[in-house]
Write a protein that binds this ligand. Sequence first.
Ligand SMILES: NC(=O)c1ccc[n+]([C@@H]2O[C@H](COP(=O)([O-])OP(=O)(O)OC[C@H]3O[C@@H](n4cnc5c(N)ncnc54)[C@H](O)[C@@H]3O)[C@@H](O)[C@H]2O)c1
Ligand SMILES: Nc1ncnc2c1ncn2[C@@H]1O[C@H](COP(=O)(O)O)[C@@H](O)[C@H]1O
Ligand SMILES: O=P(O)(O)OP(=O)(O)O
Length: 285
Amino acid sequence: MSEAQSYAIEDLPIELRLSEEELEAHRAHVTTFIADLVADAGANGAVLGLSGGIDSTLTAYLAVEALGEEGLYGLVLPSDVNTDENMSDAERVAETLGIEYDVVDINPIVEAFFEAYPEAGIDRRVESDPYRTAAGNVRVRTRGVLNYFVANVRGRLVLGTGNRSEALTGYFTKYGDQAVDCNPIGNLYKLQVRQLAAHVGVPEDLVEKPPSAEMWEGQTDETEMGLTYDLLDAILALHVDGPLSKRATAETLDVAESAVERVEGLYAGSEHKRRMPPAPAPLDL
Ligand SMILES: NC(=O)c1ccc[n+]([C@@H]2O[C@H](COP(=O)([O-])OP(=O)(O)OC[C@H]3O[C@@H](n4cnc5c(N)ncnc54)[C@H](O)[C@@H]3O)[C@@H](O)[C@H]2O)c1
Ligand SMILES: Nc1ncnc2c1ncn2[C@@H]1O[C@H](COP(=O)(O)O)[C@@H](O)[C@H]1O
Ligand SMILES: O=P(O)(O)OP(=O)(O)O
């Protein structure tokens, strides 16, 4: 997918953007959710991977509101495909919030996986499809293992950063970035994540940064998915979550039906990521 199909959210015939009052309600709702979850688990607080992106930054801001500075422990986990800018943004978030954090280079761990299975022929310098996704998923899952290592040692929960747009499209690594104990911003579409981030005081440059899974160099979510988040969110709200048919959604948004079909495909193809691993039904012998 070379270019993301775009859409101006101002033109959306339904209002997905939250009012100031609604933003304040979401802020209270999410912070209460985090505080209750940690208290009910009898945990000492939470652990969170910081990438310098908007989802982890917003989750960190809300977690500090819920748990205090002492209640959140940050992990900045660079690999050789992360930009220095993103990693220094991740540290800036931790320092701004005044939380304790560690920086752990995951390259040696990731390399050990590649060396343990040389048959895949993964060479990080020349990664290309299909291996770059497999290699990227190793990086993402390595972070999941480290998050739980620290959570176990410190008696804490692991906070996820998944939002509703990612969940409905399966835009996450199975047992990777979604190997977590909860997703505090999981009921918000991406455009609402941006809004709430601005509302709680996340710096504008982080709110405006193009989302990237940073699984390989130069990756952006919108290019990989072939849709901007504003268009994706509109199709999810009208068609996947909402009542409109494919044709009505395409006509309402004035886009080709193929854009709606693309989202339908992402949703259907990722169903397995949103449920527990299935097992055969019990046999009544
Ligand atoms: N939030 C982010 O921005 C973010 C973070 C990480 C990954 N991602 C994106 O997520 C994607 C991850 O790659 P992926 O989805 O190919 O890898 P994955 O490992 O997450 O999922 C593929 C695996 O799921 C299993 N599977 C496939 N179909 C199945 C079915 N019908 N039933 C049961 N299991 C099934 C198989 O084991 C398969 O190897 C990439 O597009 C990546 O860019 C996005
Ligand atoms: N480099 C990273 N260090 C710590 N945590 C990270 C890093 N990259 C990603 N994460 C965590 O994973 C989620 C999902 O990442 P995407 O960038 O959206 O793929 C992110 O919010 C961090 O919590
Ligand atoms: O998950 P994050 O924090 O890396 O945000 P984004 O996906 O917008 O890069």
